[in-house]
Ligand binder design. Structure first.
Ligand SMILES: Nc1ncnc2c1ncn2[C@@H]1O[C@H](COP(=O)(O)OP(=O)(O)OP(=O)(O)O)[C@@H](O)[C@H]1O
Length: 652
């Protein structure tokens, strides 16, 4: 195309963008005009909520493109964007990226054109359309990873929270994003390969493709900590999905105040899967077989339920594998049924439902249940496990060693409950009653979850599916996963498929090459990342004045656009924060908090201290080094950790 035909074509596209924004405005007006005070209060509330969600979905964000691509099929063409936009007569102006036709925008290739003759990608500056790039697939013309628009997108300076990648999702990512609702997938992705992005886009895709199903039970996103949650929290709303629950794994079970801290070996034990067996036994040890008959006065009658009948009622409820409290109710119902049958035989008619309810709730029946199948309080039960030696010994017998059992013992009658205890209490709650489950759960940084944390998630996704995201090489928790199969079993989805992502979109090639030197020593079997990015800067800066060199490096980092982070061992972060200050562009980040985040320029302070600070220190360093989007400076006064010393010289 000549310069002028390109300009003319661009103008036509810009006009289409303006027209689409106007059409979206009309759609919003039509939605706003829908009356929501029809019917009873509940219907009006439901309508009002649906309308508010729809309006939020139709919000125009002037700083993001309404469409980012155009597909020419043999005899029709479509613009592809964030949501459906139709004109006043209902003709499509923009197709939602999640619609079935849009799939070919992400997947079509010269080898498999999927009916696409030409694919156009648009370049944007904020919400303004500035360029386009064509691939004439029918003429054998395909850009793939060499697309300049893709390069610009992954090289752009990062500011603020995470953005969506909807315009440039790559084919292998798209396969994961569009996998069906009934499939659980586990993505083992090297740093910066887009795991988090894929998980969030999958959530948005499922909410579109299975809206009715998911409206009932919803979608949950689980992440490791608050800073990570706030980093990702805007992605789904910009994709039009506002009705999603986003929680840290701690908030998922957060019902009691945490006042204590466990010794490391006690915490590790409490997070071990064997605790599930201990708790199961502790709960069910409360059920005993009735050793008496029950006389029930009812008006002028006295009904008798024999020991054998009651025995059978308890045994059958126990055999049914129901949640504990449902089992208790089952026995109550059997008692009522037994009396009802006698009353029917005696009088020839069946007593009313209200009679049955009253009888079931009577003091006599409840006292009987309290003796043989008592109601339980999860917090009290867990506390008793720590404080009652006999109870603990019985629950742990044959499951834990004596030393392990003793680790659970509390020295006080009122032990201060710890973070690990919240998962034990949640496990007990799950044994008593099934929690309401989500239709789909996305779990990020899943390699760090313990067996008991996985089980807490499993309880909330029993009838739903999962997207499990993580990287075994970045596992740093004391109970970090060593194989995805274990995590998937604890998550209740042993058949989930494990898929690897290895193309890196964040970390420049030189930086990933440095980080990859650590991989052989991380004791995990994962494929290394290859970077799509050949730009970037890596410098190793030995110094005798650590603080001075860090301050100088920060000053020179400010010459470039984008975010800067100084990442240091947790114990040093406060001191550095005091020394360097923080502002819009500069963050001082404790190594323990860096997971999942990214910054244009990362300055790593004294890597050997980061390694020395914890058991999985080398993995922590691997996480820290791979946070860099464009530039990485490693400042050190002590020798570098051994794997980094090979050929270590200033590289740029
Ligand atoms: N297809 C893509 N197009 C453009 N940018 C992408 C694409 N995929 C990923 N990215 C960008 O790459 C960066 C890394 O993505 P993301 O954080 O999802 O990776 P990750 O695998 O979760 O990384 P880590 O495990 O290191 O935390 C983000 O800035 C993301 O926007």
């Amino acid at each position: 195309m000549t310069e002028t035909t390109i300009d003319a074509a661009l103008r036509v596209e810009q006009d289409h963008l303006v027209a689409s924004r106007i059409a979206l405005g009309h759609m919003r007006e039509r939605t706003a005009a829908i009356t929501d005070n029809a019917g009873d209060e509940l219907t009006a509330w439901a309508l009002g909520r649906a309308k508010a969600l729809r309006l939020a979905d139709l919000a125009d964000r002037p700083d993001t493109p309404l469409f980012f691509g155009r597909l020419h099929l043999t005899d029709e063409d479509f613009h592809i964007g964030r949501r459906h936009v139709v004109d006043q007569s209902g003709n499509p102006m923009v197709l939602d990226w999640r619609a079935p036709i849009s799939r070919s925008f992400y997947q079509a290739s010269v080898r498999q054109p999927m009916g696409v003759t030409r694919r156009r990608r648009f370049g944007f500056d904020g919400g303004a359309l500035t360029s386009f790039e064509d691939e004439k697939l029918d003429a054998g013309d395909e850009l793939g990873e060499s697309s300049e628009i893709l390069a610009r997108e992954i090289e752009r300076p990062r500011v603020g929270p995470m953005r969506d990648i909807v315009a440039t999702i790559q084919p292998e990512q798209d396969d994961l994003v569009r996998s069906p609702l009934d499939t659980t997938i586990c993505v083992q992705g090297a740093p910066g390969t887009g795991k988090t992005a894929v998980g969030l886009h999958r959530a948005a895709y499922l909410l579109y493709a299975y809206r009715e199903q998911l409206r009932r039970n919803g979608v949950l996103i689980v992440g490791p900590n608050e800073s990570f949650m706030s980093y990702i929290q805007n992605v789904l709303p910009t994709l039009g999905e506002v009705d999603v629950t986003q929680l840290t794994v701690h908030d998922l079970v957060d019902t009691i105040p945490i006042r204590g801290v466990d010794a490391p070996e006690t915490a590790a034990l409490k997070h071990d899967e064997r605790m599930a067996r201990v708790l199961h036994r502790a709960v069910w040890s409360h059920v005993t077989m009735p050793a008496e008959s029950l006389m029930i006065p009812d008006g002028g009658w006295r009904w008798r339920l024999g020991e054998e009948y009651l025995h059978r009622a308890v045994a059958e409820a126990q055999a049914e594998n129901l949640p504990y409290l449902t089992g208790r109710e089952r026995v109550r119902a059997q008692i009522v049924a037994g009396v009802r049958r006698q009353a029917e035989i005696r009088s020839g008619e069946s007593p009313s439902e209200a009679w049955g309810r009253k009888l079931g709730r009577s003091k006599l029946v409840t006292t009987f249940l309290d003796r043989y199948w008592p109601a339980l309080n999860p917090k009290k039960l867990v506390t008793r496990l720590f404080t009652d030696d006999v109870f603990r010994a019985e629950a742990c017998e044959g499951v834990l060693t004596d030393e392990e059992r003793d680790l659970l013992a509390s020295r006080t009658r009122q032990p201060r409950l710890t973070e690990a205890d919240t998962f034990l209490i949640d496990e007990v709650e799950g044994l008593l009653e099934r929690p309401t489950g989500f239709g789909h759960v996305v779990i990020d940084e899943a390699q760090d979850l313990s067996a008991m944390q996985c089980r807490a998630i499993a309880r909330r996704s029993q009838h739903g599916s999962l997207t499990v995201l993580g990287d075994l090489a970045q596992g740093t928790s004391p109970w970090t996963a060593t194989a995805w199969q274990h995590s998937l079993s604890h998550l209740g989805k042993p058949d989930g498929e494990v898929v690897a992502l290895t193309t890196g979109f964040r970390v420049p090639a030189d930086v990933i090459a440095l980080a990859n030197r650590l991989l052989p020593q991380l004791n995990v079997d994962v494929p290394a990342a290859r970077s799509l990015r050949t730009d970037g800067l890596l410098e190793l800066l030995p110094t005798t004045d650590l603080l001075g060199t860090i301050a100088e490096t920060v000053a020179s980092a400010r010459r470039f656009e984008g975010s800067i982070a100084v990442i240091a061992a947790d114990s040093e972060a406060d001191m550095l924060r005091e020394h360097l200050g923080e502002d819009d562009r500069l963050s001082i980040v404790a190594a323990g908090q860096a997971k999942g985040l990214e910054f244009d320029h990362v300055i790593v302070a004294e890597p050997s201290d980061i390694v020395a600070a914890e058991t999985f220190g080398l993995r922590r360093l691997y996480v820290v080094l791979t946070r860099a989007v464009s530039r990485l400076s490693v400042v050190h006064a002590k020798p570098l950790p051994e794997p980094l010393t090979d050929n270590a010289s200033t590289v740029s």
